[in-house]
Ligand binder design. Structure first.
Ligand code: AMP
Length: 145
């Protein structure tokens, strides 16, 4: 299974925020779209960073409510790990586990094509297991030959 298979089901929509937007605007985006991370992008196509709810929590713990008026660029992660649409889902699972993050942008020729979250990966895994289970049940009960 490839990342492009997941994107075909979930779509290519990517929520982005400009580096100069403030953290309050970022929180509004996270709440509006019910997501945990947003891609930081000046032009909506290239990735300048990624910022997740964890970055906001950490910054709040360190600097208090003043963070809310700081720009997103003050708290975002610049070294972003991304994958191509051809990447195997298993490799992305490994990447998320190894680096302990839950979001990976999908890039093709440097341009954003989607975002895969740990929720998408888990859903994919459950669907695969369900298909496998019903095939095995079919073989055992003789409904499939
Ligand atoms: P998350 O688990 O995705 O909420 O993110 C945890 C931390 O990893 C935060 O500091 C994020 O900014 C950072 N992060 C999230 N996704 C990525 C990624 N694909 N590459 C690098 N850092 C990331």
């Amino acid at each position: 299974m490839r990342i492009s298979d997941i994107l075909r089901v979930k779509g290519n929509k990517v929520v982005t925020v400009t580096p100069g937007s403030d953290v309050t605007q970022l929180l509004a985006l996270l709440a509006e779209h019910r997501i945990g991370a947003v891609i930081v992008s000046a032009d909506g196509a290239r990735v300048d960073g990624i910022v997740s709810e964890r970055d906001v929590v950490r910054a709040l713990a360190l600097r208090g409510a003043a963070v809310l008026t700081e720009p997103v660029s003050a708290i975002h992660t610049v070294q972003v790990r991304s994958v191509s649409p051809e990447a195997a889902v298993e490799d992305v699972e490994r990447l998320m586990t190894e680096h302990r993050f839950r979001h990976v942008p999908v890039l093709e020729d440097g341009v954003l094509r989607g975002v895969v979250s740990i929720g998408d990966v888990v859903k994919n895994r459950i669907d695969e297991l369900e298909t496998e289970r019903s095939s095995l049940e079919g073989y055992i009960t003789g409904e499939r030959i």
